[in-house]
Design a protein around this ligand. Structure first.
Ligand SMILES: Cc1ncc(COP(=O)(O)O)c(C=O)c1O
Length: 384
């Protein structure tokens, strides 16, 4: 089988088609499926970008691994916000979105036939990047009884000499689960003993809705002594999903390996975007984040109240802009979500779209305008 043929089918295509059909039939569809911020990038960043775009030095090829300005802003941000010291010259790499870094990481670390441990359920790119690199994804389960964290006592059973890479993602999409410092130090130790690189996909690290401080893996797993890296993204931090800017921080050897793959693939992030990203991560970062996250907390309360009224069981979480909900007993997640579209015109994401481990759950995204969230909540409440 070719690498391309090994990629799994896109599980959401039938739902996408059903959504398009409902819209064409005139249904007022409330779409709480996609996780893509509806609100614009903060005005101060737009102003900075508008000015930066006129700087002719940005019209040339950018610094491929990220310019000094952005790399030092990233190091400052990691120290100030997470208490983590990284060397901006060798322990930071600017990415064209964290998806790009996650997708290329297996190419940097796996030889043909090597194994990456990937979570079931999880963001599909971990397994897809592994397959495209000629590697083999091997899944570990995330169970509600473990708070959707891997059971570290069973993880060693999955390791053998072919395992080179372990993907984790906390705060987690789609469940909203968060990891503790104790979890990270134990996970890093296990992976280190097994000779595997541990990567945390931290795309949602700053999406906390209860004011709690996010926990970076690197605060408890020392990247100077362990092969650990963390991928951060400005996409969800500042409503910048369309801009494509993110970064990897952590172990210098792993950063260098990923950088070598990228050298053959891309020529870096547009300089004006880098300059704006440096500003976003600077001293105004906390106030910008507070403004971006505030609407989600309000929206979440509206949805949680409706779900409680309708008798749904929700996985409690302080993080991400998703709400993870149990499908009523006896129904599959795809069947349930199809019925939600048919009966109340509501688009929600079946858990099984994130892997077999997501069966029995569905995800509601809070990235829709307040009035659509309110309408979705009203329909849910009246439905059951
Ligand atoms: C878990 C997770 N990781 C990474 C990404 C990629 O984000 P980006 O490439 O915009 O940084 C997403 C996007 O939805 C995601 O859900």
């Amino acid at each position: 089988m070719s690498r391309l043929q090994s990629l799994p089918p896109y599980l959401f295509s039938s739902l996408d088609a059903a959504k398009a059909k409902a819209r064409a039939a005139g249904v007022d569809v409330v779409d709480l499926g996609i996780g893509d911020p509806d609100l614009p990038t903060p005005p101060s960043l737009l102003d900075a970008m508008a000015a930066a775009v006129r700087n002719p030095s940005h019209h040339r090829y950018p610094a491929q691994r990220g310019g000094a300005l952005l790399r030092s802003a990233i190091a400052d941000y990691m120290a100030r916000r997470h208490g983590v010291t990284v060397d901006p010259s060798g322990e930071v790499l600017v990415l064209l979105g964290s998806k790009e870094g996650l997708g290329h990481l297996p190419l940097a670390l796996l030889e043909e036939g090597d194994v990456a441990l990937v979570p079931d359920l999880g963001y599909p790119v971990y397994a897809q990047g592994t397959l495209l690199a000629g590697g083999e994804p091997r899944t570990f389960g995330l169970k509600p009884e473990n708070g959707f964290l891997p059971d570290l006592s069973t993880l060693p059973g999955l390791f053998d000499e072919r395992v080179r890479l372990v993907f984790m993602n906390y705060p987690n999409n789609p469940t909203g689960a968060v990891a503790t410092p104790a979890f990270w130090s134990a996970a890093a130790e296990l992976c280190g003993e097994a000779g595997a690189v541990l990567v945390n996909d931290a795309a949602y690290l700053e999406v906390t809705l209860d004011g709690s401080r996010p926990v970076s893996m690197l605060a408890s797993a020392d990247h100077r002594t362990r092969r650990v890296i963390e991928l951060h993204s400005l996409s969800k931090m500042f409503n910048m999903t369309g801009w494509r800017v993110a970064f990897a921080v952590g172990n210098a050897g792993v950063i260098a390996d990923l950088g070598r793959v990228k050298e053959s693939m891309d020529s870096g992030v547009f300089g004006a975007i880098q300059e704006t990203a440096a500003l976003a991560l600077g001293p105004d970062c906390e106030s910008l984040l507070a403004g971006v996250m505030a609407p989600y907390a309000v929206r979440r309360d509206v949805i949680l109240a409706a779900l409680a009224d309708a008798g749904f069981e929700v996985f409690p979480s302080p993080a991400t802009f998703y709400v993870w909900v149990r499908v009523p007993a006896g129904e599959g997640s795809v069947a349930f979500c199809s019925r939600a579209l048919e009966e109340i015109g509501l688009v929600i994401t079946p858990g099984v779209g994130f892997g077999p481990g997501g069966e029995g759950w569905f995800r509601i995204s809070l990235t829709a305008p307040d009035e659509r969230i309110a309408e979705g909540a009203r329909r849910l409440k009246e439905w059951r």
